[in-house]
Write a protein that binds this ligand. Structure first.
Ligand SMILES: Cc1cc2nc3c(=O)[nH]c(=O)nc-3n(C[C@H](O)[C@H](O)[C@H](O)COP(=O)(O)OP(=O)(O)OC[C@H]3O[C@@H](n4cnc5c(N)ncnc54)[C@H](O)[C@@H]3O)c2cc1C
Length: 472
């Protein structure tokens, strides 16, 4: 199982976390033996939302969170801050959960965005929440209409969350000449991601949750009660909830359910004149329709955050630092930006970061109990869409932990792990082959040319992401 060294983080924190000004907050390290009703491993969005949900439902319950680093030190403190609803996952949801559940989960994902706004307002935390909407567009002929099958399924069920935009409509919204056309979802919003992570930490503490940081779980004793062991202490708990994101690779029961690959982000220097000139100040999240998607958003203070997916792949568990620190892909981020905003788009990306994405085959998260271990619950697989997914997931995990028989506990997202990833080293080799094929395909699409049948077959093996039409 994971040891402390494998989770040590570089000194160079993501600027999003540094900007919170909250990193020196006193942290308690787990020492000695403790008892709790529920112990949550992982202090990201999922672990913290779940802790708050549980503590509110059962104020007398003792809830402990055990975090290897600081809360928000994982993906939650360093994502792109784009909160997107589940509409582009409708096909995969229908396949997995049936039509009624799928539509309900999509509606709940919209409510989750409202929830995040309300969370900030009601706790006086400035999340930089901005209801920007999302422009999902095409930067080449072959990307045009990739949204059509999704819109058809939605309209077949009476839902029309996207407005279809031609080139003129796009230009009226934001001057991004690389986008030929697209669709727009007004429900999407942007946040400063680390402010949400650190805000959740504070609210959880205020609610009475015990948070242990710099306390990596080195071993999980699968007993009754279960025991979460760290280098200097342990928590015995009737229930354990694993909310470890990509680090779930350390658990044999969860390892084969996800493929882990980096997402790489960068931020510009202040660019208000550029944003004004492009009518983009306070404007929408823009993403292209590549299989490895790239996307951009303005920050509230006039900078631009951009990201590209499909980066580094690790071998085995996340023992190396390939998922930490600045990204070597700033050039790719700037190139994709120029593709969207024109070759002379003159903004400079001045800081960068990266982190792991836990991609399931379907692009949908999964929640459940470890096989033969009903007192250990887990949730993971947000596939790059975890701001909204973790809010939904926290309701599911809280209901499961409290043994409620409600819509959350019986949701279609509660299932066994789909053990689709092969063991190492086949996993590592295969993942590189698929990644190369997807990059090749995205590149060929930009140049309006076909790829060969083998590359096409390999590219078709890519797991689902924020958009997924997969039925497995
Ligand atoms: C660069 C990047 C950009 C992204 N952009 C977006 C976006 O724009 N929109 C969006 O919705 N999603 C985005 N995501 C995905 C999103 O950030 C995640 O899905 C979300 O943060 C997942 O929350 P979590 O709580 O499951 O994981 P995390 O925040 O990673 O939390 C898991 C925690 O578990 C801890 N942990 C791991 N192992 C152990 C152990 N053994 N013991 C104790 N603790 C442990 C980790 O340190 C970590 O803090 C992005 C991700 C990245 C990396």
């Amino acid at each position: 199982m994971t040891g402390p060294s494998s989770l040590s983080r570089p000194r160079e924190r993501c600027p999003m976390l540094i900007e919170t000004g909250d990193l020196e907050a006193p942290a308690t390290v787990l020492e000695g033996s403790h008892d709790a009703d529920i112990c949550i491993v992982g202090g990201g969005y999922l672990g913290l939302w779940t802790a708050i949900e549980l503590q509110r439902a059962e104020p007398n319950m003792s809830i402990a969170v055990v975090e290897a680093d600081i809360c928000g030190g994982g993906a939650s403190g360093r994502n792109s801050g784009m909160a997107l609803a589940y509409w582009p996952k409708i096909q995969a949801l229908v396949h997995k959960c049936g039509v009624n559940q799928a539509l309900w989960l999509c509606e709940e994902s919209v409510r989750a965005i409202d929830d995040i706004e309300l969370f900030g307002k009601s706790h006086g935390i400035d999340l930089e929440f901005t209801r920007t909407g999302w422009l999902w567009g095409a930067t080449c002929r072959r990307q045009e209409g990739r949204w059509v099958p999704i819109l058809e399924v939605l309209s077949g069920h009476g839902k029309e969350p996207f407005r279809v935009l031609d080139g003129g409509d796009v230009a009226a919204m934001v001057e991004a000449p690389g986008f030929h056309c697209g669709v727009y979802d007004a429900t999407a919003a942007t946040i400063q991601p680390a402010k949400l992570a650190r805000g959740l930490r504070q609210v959880a503490l205020d609610a009475g949750v015990q948070i242990f940081e710099h306390s990596p779980m080195a071993r999980l004793r699968r007993t009754l009660p279960a025991v979460v062991c760290t280098p200097r202490g342990q928590v015995r708990a009737a229930r354990v909830i694993l909310a470890m994101n990509a680090w779930s690779l350390a658990l044999p029961e969860l390892r084969r359910g996800i493929f882990v690959i980096t997402s790489d982000d960068a931020i510009t220097e202040p660019a208000t004149p550029f944003l004004e000139q492009r009518r983009w100040l306070g404007g929408p999240i823009v993403t292209d329709s590549g299989v490895f998607v790239s996307g951009y958003r303005p920050t509230r203070d006039g900078r631009i955050v951009g990201g590209v997916t499909g980066g580094a792949i690790g071998f085995g568990s996340l023992r190396r630092q390939r998922f930490e620190g600045p990204t070597p892909r700033v050039g790719d981020i700037a190139a994709a930006f120029r593709r969207s905003f024109g070759g002379h788009a003159s903004v400079r990306f001045v800081a960068s970061w990266r982190g792991p994405i836990d991609r399931t085959r379907s692009g949908l998260p999964v929640f459940g109990q470890l096989p033969k271990q009903p007192n250990v619950l887990f949730g993971y697989g947000f596939s790059g869409n975890g701001i909204v997914g973790s809010r939904i997931g926290s309701k599911i995990l809280a209901s499961l932990a409290l043994e409620r028989n409600d819509a959350w506990a019986t949701s279609g997202l509660v299932s066994d792990v789909d053990r689709w990833m092969p063991p190492e080293p086949i996993r590592f080799i295969g993942a590189h082959m698929v990644r190369s094929a997807v990059r090749h395909r995205d590149h060929a699409d930009q140049e309006d040319r076909d790829i060969g049948p083998i590359a096409r077959m390999l590219a078709s093996q890519a797991p689902g992401g924020i958009v997924t039409t997969r039925s497995a």
